[in-house]
Design a protein around this ligand. Structure first.
Ligand code: SAH
Length: 595
């Protein structure tokens, strides 16, 4: 087979990027714009040793899962790879993709999967739940999709439109065609809000009127690069951020006056990005009109969102996602939770309502500023946030706390102060929600050292999720449940929530004992303070401090270090272990064969 040959293929599968896969003479061909079940005539474009790429020429037989894509530019635009597929089939494809990655990359033979949580084909007016729909958003789904009831549209609360010129020199806005930087003209993406088109139209007219040039990335000249728009679905507040290759926008007052007339307009900002880069947003931000942020709600929690902060793009599914995270976290109100890659603190604050304490870690300083304000806005006082890379902050905080704890031990600091020392080391639950590349190994390593009961991993890429689950699995964390959540209907992307638990410590220790029993000398039969605490908590439902364990150990004649945990002076007041706690600790010492 060679380039330009015409071949007939039956599409049997989809690649993870959404290309149809069919075989001809044992060679797999990838064909864009096809759906599982299609029989197609395709033209060979590129041949590799064991596979090839072909272009769809003619549909010989339509798959029963094929639907008419409601978007007129779906084939050119890179965004919706599987819009031509019935929504139920999209969900099945995503569920399968997650399962396969966990199997192939994660080595989990039978992933404990829950059914994927799909989107309801919704109506924007329902989405605003009785509140007044913002201007433009009452225009609903494409008629065909609505009639079929198959394809969820208009679910995205955010869009970033590149601005440029068409071949014939007109000012245009739209989306980059798949894998290129050619702009496909499209003011009204069917996944986004209808209001986007009005805003873009106003921006383009303004540029025309005042002779403002779009940015040309090839030569790095021109001014307007992107327009970013966000809509708070529950509040109806609208944000416009103009990203420019400069420090100001000519006649911005006039543009603001036009945009401010759109009902719901809340924030208009100017973002300067002077770099020759693919990264859309620059660091500098200036408010042109209104506030710097908009607000939105997830469940009962109100969030302030700045242009530079991450906020989930599908608010209805986000609520379902966070509810799953809450369920998997198994909170009773007593737990210390770490939320890594926390953004503006959405998961942290959602969980803080049910936890004792939540610590959030996030790279973007603006997001952490939002997170702190969001905690205040909602009267949440048990959440604390740190700016920095999770791979720096977590190991550093952990090391600091271990140090603090050691100091207490060597300086014989007792009582509450000792109890407090090392508080942050305690993590009952760690939630991670990293970007596509997953967690750095140093983050995973520290997580394992912290020994949480549960890890809840939220992932937007099941391949890197599977890689990280393998690492955690090899270190004692077992996958209990996996639930895909579809946040990005019509695209190949899928979010996944995964619950891991620490292998039952009791069983774990018993197994180790039976294996090593023969060699154990009495002196080696020692359990750590954490293991004793854990045992007592699990068996008797009681919390005991290191101090109490030390007191009981001393009573029983097992003293590890001279003066360990003894009061500084004989007269010093020290809390004394209550009899029932003493009995529980003695039981633990017996269990671990220390007495
Ligand atoms: N949990 C949040 C955000 C998830 S998106 C939510 O549901 O809204 C991932 C977040 O990780 C982004 O906010 C991004 O800025 C942040 N991030 C990316 N790399 C990071 C790193 N190395 N350390 C900490 N945060 C990081």
């Amino acid at each position: 087979m060679k380039k330009d040959d015409l071949i007939t293929l039956k599409i049997e599968d989809l690649s993870s990027e959404g290309l149809g896969v069919g075989k001809c003479d044992g060679i797999a061909f990838f064909v864009k714009d096809t759906v599982i079940g299609d029989v197609v005539e395709a033209k060979v474009m590129k041949m590799k040793k064991t596979y090839g790429y072909a272009r769809l020429m003619r549909l010989i037989e339509e798959s029963p899962d094929r639907v008419e894509p409601p978007c007129p530019v779906t084939r050119q635009c890179g965004g919706c790879q599987i819009q031509a597929m019935r929504y139920q089939a999209q969900l099945a494809f995503k569920e399968n993709k997650v399962r396969n990655n966990l199997r192939r990359i994660g080595g989990i033979e039978n992933p404990p999967m829950e059914p994927i949580i799909g989107m309801d084909v919704f109506n924007v007016e329902d989405a605003v739940a009785g509140e007044k729909a913002p201007a433009g958003m009452e225009v609903l789904l494409g008629a065909k999709a609505l009639a079929d009831g198959v394809t969820p549209l208009r679910y995205r609360n955010k869009a970033q439109f590149p601005i440029g010129r068409s071949r014939d020199g007109r000012l245009i806005a739209g989306f980059y065609a798949g894998r290129t930087h050619t702009i496909i003209e499209c003011l009204d993406c069917l996944l986004g809000s209808k209001v986007n088109a009005w805003i873009l139209d106003a921006v383009l007219k303004h540029m025309e009127q005042y002779g403002i040039e779009p940015y040309d990335e090839k030569i790095g000249s021109g001014l307007v690069r992107h327009v970013m728009i966000r809509v708070g679905f529950r509040t109806g507040q609208i944000m416009v951020c103009l990203v420019v290759n400069g420090r100001s926008l000519p006649h911005s007052k006039e543009l603001c006056a036009t945009l401010a007339a759109i009902s719901g307009m809340t924030s208009i900002t100017l973002n300067s990005n002077l770099e020759k880069t693919n990264v859309i947003m620059g660091k500098d931000l200036k408010v042109l009109w209104g506030t710097e942020y908009i607000e939105d709600l997830i469940g009962d929690v109100r969030f302030r969102i700045s242009p530079l902060s991450f906020y989930q793009v599908n608010p209805l599914q986000t609520q379902k996602l966070y509810e799953k995270v809450l369920e998997y976290s198994g909170l009773t109100g007593q737990e210390t939770v770490w939320d890594l890659y926390c953004g503006i603190g959405t998961i942290s604050l959602f969980l803080a309502q049910k936890a004792r304490k939540v610590y959030g870690v996030e790279l973007v300083p603006e997001a952490i500023r939002d997170a702190k304000q969001n905690a205040e806005l909602n009267g949440i006082t048990n959440a604390e946030f740190y700016v920095g890379r999770a791979e720096d902050v977590l190991p550093q905080k952990y090391a600091e706390e271990v140090q603090k704890k050691c100091t207490c031990e060597t300086e014989k600091i007792v009582g509450e102060e000792q109890e407090r020392a090392g508080e942050r080391i305690r993590a009952d639950v760690i939630v991670v929600d990293p970007p596509r590349k997953g967690c750095e190994e140093s983050v995973l390593e520290t997580m394992v050292q912290m020994q949480p009961q549960r890890i809840v991993y939220v992932s937007c890429d099941s391949a890197t999720l599977a890689r990280d689950l393998k690492y955690l699995g090899e270190r004692g964390y077992e996958v209990q449940k996996v639930c895909p959540v579809d946040m990005f209907g019509n695209s190949v992307h899928c979010e996944t929530v995964c619950l891991l638990s620490k292998l039952n410590i009791k069983q774990h220790i018993e197994v180790e004992l039976t294996m090593d029993e023969m060699d154990l000398t009495a002196a080696e039969k020692k359990a750590s303070y954490e293991e004793i605490k854990e045992y007592v908590l699990e068996k008797f439902g009681m919390k005991v401090s290191h101090l109490y364990i030390a007191q009981v150990k001393r009573k029983c004649g097992i003293i590890e270090r001279e003066n360990y945990n003894k009061p500084k002076s004989e007269n010093a007041k020290q809390p004394q272990c209550l009899p029932e706690k003493e009995a529980a600790i003695i039981d633990a010492l017996k269990h671990f064969q220390m007495i």
